[in-house]
Design a protein around this ligand. Sequence first.
Ligand SMILES: NC(=O)c1ccc[n+]([C@@H]2O[C@H](COP(=O)([O-])OP(=O)(O)OC[C@H]3O[C@@H](n4cnc5c(N)ncnc54)[C@H](OP(=O)(O)O)[C@@H]3O)[C@@H](O)[C@H]2O)c1
Length: 351
Amino acid sequence: MEILQTQGISLPRLGLGTYRMQGDVCRAAVESALALGYRHIDTAEMYANEDAIGAAIAASGVAREDLHVTTKVWNENLAPDAMRRAFDTSLRKLRLDQVDLYLVHWPAPNMNLPSIFETLMKLKQEGRTRAIGVANFNIALLKTVVEDIRAPIACNQIEYHVMLDQTKVKEYLDARSIPLVAYCPLAQGRAASDATLLAIGNKHGASAAQVALKWLLDQDGVAAIPKASRAESQKANLDALKVKLDDEDRKADRAGRSPARRRQPRAGHIPAHGAKDRLDAAVVVGLENGEGRGLIEVHEDPSARGQDGARGRGDRRGSNHLLLLVIIVLSRKGRYPERGRWSLGKASSRR
Ligand SMILES: NC(=O)c1ccc[n+]([C@@H]2O[C@H](COP(=O)([O-])OP(=O)(O)OC[C@H]3O[C@@H](n4cnc5c(N)ncnc54)[C@H](OP(=O)(O)O)[C@@H]3O)[C@@H](O)[C@H]2O)c1
């Protein structure tokens, strides 16, 4: 497995995402992935599956030193005592003495970043996490963490895939040799049926999902954590590392995709899960479009709709709450959303 070296840890470039898998389903998926050769598992206290993952790891027989485990503290638990409690619970559920990477899962309004990183650094110094990092941080937040606090973050985990441009934040990370861990690397499964990616895959005897993953993994400093519950998909995703994309593929993709087919999320539109679930399912689009023009734009999780796509009263109430949140965030920033752009041609980084 290819790895990224970052802040003293070896991060396998392809990991298994586990969001929306719990209980026996999650345990079986992680056991299957470990048997297939995955050595990087991504979880979070918010996913409510750390116990299932702990059971799978214990049953797997994989040596602890051969395995990378990331977990995350939810943004309600960023005060020192709360973070320690959350961390202890995560370790206990995972049945581990130490995690490899502990991330701030999501920025919180008015969070005290120096205090957060003081607590994280203590956990690191105590040897309870080997490295620390962030998720869903825009450039402005990264600047505070990296340049002011000088915290040794091992990654920024953000949404990144072939349908979402993250050039600006990636440039910032590249310039500081901080890996980007791409979540939703398959655009929550949409990449698997994309006609352009299917056509490119046909040329190489690969699937559209494999093309999407290889597009990410061809970029320096990028790791990807596709979630797959089925063993066939897990194996196919591992095999994506062997796919070879060429320049023609990149040109073909650029030409083959019209702006109308790019993702056009609607600001303030949210899925209908509970509050935590909603925030994680919500996708922060173009988290940083450059020059400090950050945005939080949330789009609907299609899985939250009824079969007919209708939205119930509870859904609308949830939408209103998050719409309010988005408006508050944007008004605090005094900024307006811009949509991300993408092209396969922007694949390579400068590092
Ligand atoms: N830090 C954060 O805030 C944050 C936010 C979101 C996600 N994440 C992490 O990132 C992980 C991945 O994101 P995600 O789960 O939202 O989306 P994703 O990995 O982009 O897509 C997952 C979907 O793709 C399907 N799939 C997987 N491999 C496939 C293949 N080879 N062919 C066809 N379909 C395939 C899966 O199906 P099956 O499951 O049915 O196999 C599932 O429906 C999460 O699980 C989580 O660990 C982090």
